[in-house]
Each structure stands twice: as structure tokens, then as C-alpha cells.
Design a protein around this ligand. Structure first.
Ligand code: NAD
Length: 302
């Protein structure tokens, strides 16, 4: 099958590309390398270094005629969204609307959209299911959720189906640790360099850490399942940063204490997501936090 992955040089997108290619699909990657890396790119992918919201991207998509589009390109930083909501909304909201038009003009059958648990904001109850109120506390949360509404309305009027996947906190190889990367990538980098990691808050905040291989499986699973539905993709349970850090210290045979600093604006205290809806369809996560971390540590040099 011909498949387009926007953001296919990024952390999650590149893992999806690898799996699609190893399953025999013909994959086009559109990425402007704003945060992604050329070294993440699978050599068998057809790569277009272009902004996904340009007319050049539209031309390339129409020429390639993908059946499925995985939309992962985005402004991904919560912090940046708070400083520059216009840039954030331009890429995440306007960009997705343009991509929908391009998909429709190219005869795409299905779009699979990478949304985020950031849409929920501070939870009313845990675990957060898909019916939980949407009350984002960051512009990023708003800009990841708003396209969901556009996708639903747009697809209801066209021959285009969709699946929306709301990810919990994803971790794994290729995650950026230099800037706004996930805490696991940042902690790992610090510990490997024998540096002290910084915790924003007291470390008792919980997150639902899902391994990137489970995210990849969920994406491939919804190629043929879950049309026109929204699903959480998560482990279903929360791990505190202090717990996570202990596991990492143990796995690396280090004993470095973190430094605690003031919590950051926009950060959510506790969050874990109910994954029952996607489980009912037949998907389930294969990695616990321990086995996911071990998989990373076992493959550090690869
Ligand atoms: N990492 C997580 O924990 C997480 C959680 C929830 C949702 N998501 C979503 O998953 C997707 C992928 O996130 P990631 O963590 O892999 O981030 P990432 O920064 O590694 O990947 C994003 C990719 O998109 C590319 N990109 C950005 N703007 C572009 C543009 N205008 N045109 C073309 N390419 C562009 C970047 O160069 C990069 O390769 C994003 O949509 C993000 O919102 C991620």
C-alpha cells in the first residue's frame, strides 16, 4: 500500500515508517527537519524535505497518491506553545486543515491523526477515558485537539475516513533529549553523562509512559480498524517521576540524586489514560515501564 507519514524523520513518525517499510508498504515521508533528523529516516522511504502545509507538499501528495496518511508533523513543544501560540496554532491547526484538503484532492482513503492527552488538561477523574471533558491547560493542548474537530467535520463531508489517537507520554529510542524531549530521554541522557537531572515539582507527579513500539502497533492496527473513532493510546496506569527515576538508576547501575525545581506553567500534575476502548477492538500494549526501559537500555549502542 502507498502510505504518507508526515513528520517521518521525527521520534515517533520514524518508528512508524520503519515498521511500515518492514511490512512491505511503499512509504513517502514529508518532513521539514525542524525538529526531526535525517539520520532517523529509513533509507527505503521516499523523502520530501518540505513543509507539509505548502502547495509544494500538496503537489507531491497528489503525485504520490497515498491511500493512508499518518499525520505526525507538528509543533510539539508545550513550552514553545506558551511563548508563541501563533506559530503553534499555524502548524498544528491551520496546517492540519490544509493537509485535509490535500488528502481529499489526492484521493486519500484514511487519515490517522496523532493527538495528545494534553487535550484533557487537569483530570476530573482517573483514568481519563475518551469521554472526559476537554479542558487543555496549554496552547499545545488546544492546538492538538482543535484539529480533531476539523477532521471529524471535514471527513463527514468527504470520501475520507479517520482515526484519532490520543497518545499518553511516549518514550523510546530517537526521542530528543536536548530541548523539550520527554523526561525519560532527558533523564537517560543525564544519567549516562553522570549529570544531575532536574525535576520540575516534587517528583510525585504521575504520567502514563507508553513505549514507542506500542504506539507503532496501535497506528498499524488502526489502518484496518477503528474508522471514524477517537482512542486513547496508553498503558492505563501512572508512574511517578520519582519511581521512574529509581528504575532508571537501577537499570544503569547509577546512584545520582535529582535536583528539584519549581513546577512549570502548563504542566499537569497527574495523568493516566483509560485504554479500554482500543483494547476492546483487539489492541493492547505489550510493554510495561520496566520492559520498555530494559528494551532501550539493552539497545543503547544500536
Ligand atoms: N512524544 C510524545 O510523547 C507525544 C505525545 C502525544 C502526542 N504526540 C504527537 O506525536 C507527533 C510526533 O511527535 P514526536 O514526539 O515524534 O515529535 P518530533 O518533533 O520528534 O516529530 C515531529 C516531526 O515533524 C516535523 N515537522 C514539524 N513541523 C513540520 C512542518 N511544518 N512540515 C513538515 N514537517 C514538520 C519535525 O521535523 C519532526 O520530524 C506529534 O504530532 C505530537 O504532537 C507526541
Amino acid at each position: 500500500m502507498k502510505i504518507l507519514v508526515t513528520g517521518g524523520c521525527g521520534f515517533i513518525g520514524s518508528h512508524i515508517v520503519d515498521e511500515l517499510i518492514s511490512n512491505g508498504h511503499e512509504v513517502m515521508v514529508i518532513d521539514n527537519l525542524s525538529t526531526g533528523l535525517i539520520t532517523n529516516l529509513n533509507k527505503s522511504a521516499y523523502f520530501c524535505e518540505v513543509d507539509f502545509m505548502t502547495s509544494e507538499a500538496e503537489r507531491l501528495i497528489i503525485e504520490f497518491q497515498p491511500e493512508i496518511v499518518f499525520h505526525h508533523a507538528a509543533q510539539v513543544s508545550v513550552q514553545k506553545s506558551m511563548f508563541n501560540p501563533i506559530d503553534d496554532a499555524t502548524t498544528n491547526i491551520l496546517g492540519t486543515i490544509k493537509l485535509l484538503e490535500y488528502c481529499s484532492n489526492a484521493g486519500v482513503k484514511k487519515i490517522i491523526y496523532a493527538s495528545s492527552a494534553a487535550a484533557y488538561g487537569n483530570p476530573n477523574y482517573l483514568p481519563i477515558d475518551e469521554e472526559h471533558p476537554i479542558r487543555p491547560v496549554s496552547y499545545y493542548g488546544i492546538s492538538k485537539h482543535t484539529p480533531e474537530q476539523y477532521i471529524k467535520t471535514f471527513c463527514s463531508t468527504k470520501e475520507l475516513s479517520f482515526t484519532i489517537l490520543r497518545y499518553a507520554n511516549v518514550y523510546g529510542k530517537r526521542q530528543d533529549s536536548t530541548g523539550e524531549g520527554g523526561v525519560i530521554a532527558i533523564f537517560l541522557d543525564r544519567l549516562l553523562n553522570k549529570e544531575v537531572p532536574i525535576f520540575f515539582g516534587d517528583g510525585e507527579q504521575t504520567r502514563d509512559f507508553i513505549y514507542v513500539k506500542d504506539i507503532v502497533n496501535a497506528n498499524l492496527f488502526v489502518i484496518n480498524n477503528g474508522d471514524n473513532e477517537v482512542f486513547n493510546v496508553s498503558t492505563g496506569s501512572g508512574v511517578s517521576l520519582n519511581n521512574l527515576y529509581d528504575l532508571m538508576n537501577k537499570g544503569l547501575n547509577t546512584n545520582i540524586s535529582p535536583k528539584y525545581e519549581r513546577p512549570r506553567k502548563g504542566d499537569i500534575l497527574h495523568s493516566y489514560l483509560d485504554n479500554g476502548k482500543l483494547r476492546e477492538l483487539g489492541w493492547s500494549p505489550q510493554y510495561s515501564i520496566e520492559s520498555g526501559l530494559n528494551d532501550i537500555l539493552d539497545n543503547l549502542d544500536k
